[in-house]
Design a protein around this ligand. Structure first.
Ligand code: XUL
Ligand code: MN
Length: 346
C-alpha cells in the first residue's frame, strides 16, 4: 500500500452535503462547521478548502473589519486543530448581484460587486495563510449568446484578474474551468482557455489552474490529458478529483466510481509529473449520493481517498518496461489488455 503521507488531502465543508437537488428537499440534517472540521481531522485529512462565506458566513452583510476579525478567529480554530486552509474561493453565484454573471455582468454595479468581493476574499486568504484564490467562474457565461460579447467578456475577466493581482503581490489565481452548469455555455470551459487568458494578465506567472475531473468530462475531454497539459506549463496548483457519468448534470461522484481506468490514468500522470512536490493538495470535490443515510455521510470522502491510494499503488506497480516495449512494437492491443489485467489485479 502506498504511504498516505506522500500526498496531502483535503475537502471543503460543502462536500458534506445534505442531499437536496432541484427536484426534492434535503435528505440528511445539516451539520455545523465545527462538526465538519472535527470529522476532517478524525478522517486524517490535512487541509480544508473554503469559499469566502464558508470562512465568514453572511459575508455580504458584514463590514471589512468584521470580516477580518472572523477570518482571524477561523485561523485560530484551524491552528488549534493542526489544520490549514488549502485555498479560498469567492462564491460569486448566490447573490442577486451576480444573476447575470460577476466579472462579465452587463451591469457595471454588479461587476464592481464581484471585484470587491474577490478582493475581500484575498484578504481572507491572507489571514488564513494560503496564497491560492480559486476562481470557479460559475456565471461568467450566458444562457443566451446574443446577450453578451465574448470578446468583451474575456477583456472584463482580464481586468478583474489584474485588479486581484494588483491587490496582493503574493496571491495566485487558480482558475477552475467548467464548460456549462449553471450556464448554457461558460467563457472558460477548459484548461487551454484558462492558460490562454492567463497570458493576457499583467502577471501571467501568478495565474494558473485547478482541474476537476467531472468538469473535463463535461467538456468531452480526458481528465488525464488536461492534467498533463496544465502540468507541462507548471500551472496545476490544485485538483478536484471526483467522477462523472457522461454528459449530464455535474455529478461529483466518488473518485473512480464511474470509470476506474480513467481514474488510474489521472493518478498515473500525477505520479509521472510529481504532483504535490511543491505542496499541492489532492482535493476531493465529491458529494454523498442523495440516498446516503446520515450514518454514512463521510463515506464518499474516505472512499475517494482509499481508491486514490489503491491507484497510486497500481501506478507504481505498473510494468513500465513491458509497456515501453509494447509501445515500441506498436502492439497497443497487448498494451490495452495489460492495463485491464493490471487493474483487475492480475
Ligand atoms: C462547482 C465546483 C465548485 C468549485 C469551488 O462545480 O466544482 O465547488 O470547486 O467553488
Ligand atoms: Mn470543484
Amino acid at each position: 500500500m502506498a504511504k498516505a503521507n506522500q500526498y496531502k488531502f483535503c475537502f471543503g465543508p460543502w462536500n458534506i452535503s445534505q442531499g437536496g437537488d432541484p427536484y426534492g428537499p434535503t435528505t440528511r440534517p445539516e451539520q455545523s462547521f465545527d462538526w465538519k472540521l472535527d470529522q476532517l481531522k478524525a478522517l486524517g485529512f490535512d487541509a480544508m478548502m473554503f469559499h469566502d462565506d464558508d470562512a465568514v458566513p453572511d459575508i455580504d452583510n458584514k463590514s471589512e473589519k468584521q470580516i477580518l476579525t472572523e477570518a482571524k478567529e477561523l485561523k485560530k480554530k484551524l491552528d488549534d486543530a493542526g489544520l490549514v486552509a488549502e485555498m479560498v474561493a469567492p462564491r460569486l453565484w448566490f447573490s442577486p448581484m451576480t444573476i447575470d454573471g460577476g466579472y462579465t455582468s452587463n451591469d457595471p454595479k454588479c461587476r464592481r460587486y464581484a471585484i470587491d468581493r474577490s478582493l475581500r476574499c484575498i484578504d481572507i486568504a491572507n489571514i488564513l495563510d494560503t496564497d491560492i484564490l480559486v476562481l470557479w467562474l460559475a456565471r461568467e457565461g450566458t444562457y443566451l449568446r446574443e446577450s453578451k460579447s465574448g470578446k468583451r467578456s474575456v477583456e472584463l475577466m482580464v481586468e478583474a484578474f489584474d485588479k486581484m493581482l494588483a491587490h496582493d503581490k503574493k496571491i495566485r489565481l487558480a482558475i477552475e474551468p467548467k464548460p456549462n452548469e449553471p450556464m448554457d455555455h461558460a467563457y472558460i470551459p477548459t484548461i487551454g482557455h484558462a492558460l490562454a487568458v492567463a497570458q493576457l494578465t499583467t502577471d501571467a506567472r501568478r495565474v494558473g489552474a485547478l482541474i476537476e475531473t467531472a468538469h473535463c468530462i463535461l467538456a468531452g475531454l480526458d481528465p488525464a490529458d488536461e492534467i498533463d497539459f496544465a502540468m507541462t506549463f507548471g500551472k496545476l496548483w490544485s485538483l478536484h478529483l471526483n467522477d462523472q457519468n457522461g454528459l449530464k448534470f455535474d455529478q461529483d461522484k466518488p473518485f473512480g466510481s464511474t470509470n476506474l481506468r480513467s481514474a488510474f490514468n489521472q493518478v498515473r500522470v500525477l505520479e509521472r509529473n510529481g504532483y504535490g512536490k511543491h505542496g499541492e493538495y489532492v482535493c476531493f470535490d465529491v458529494h454523498p449520493f442523495r440516498t446516503t443515510k446520515s450514518e454514512q455521510t463521510l463515506a464518499h470522502l474516505d472512499n475517494s481517498r482509499r481508491t486514490f491510494l489503491r491507484l497510486v499503488e497500481k501506478a507504481r506497480t505498473f510494468d513500465e518496461a513491458r509497456a515501453k516495449s509494447l509501445i515500441a512494437e506498436r502492439d497497443y492491443q497487448a498494451l490495452d489488455q495489460m492495463v485491464i489485467e493490471h487493474l483487475l489485479g492480475k
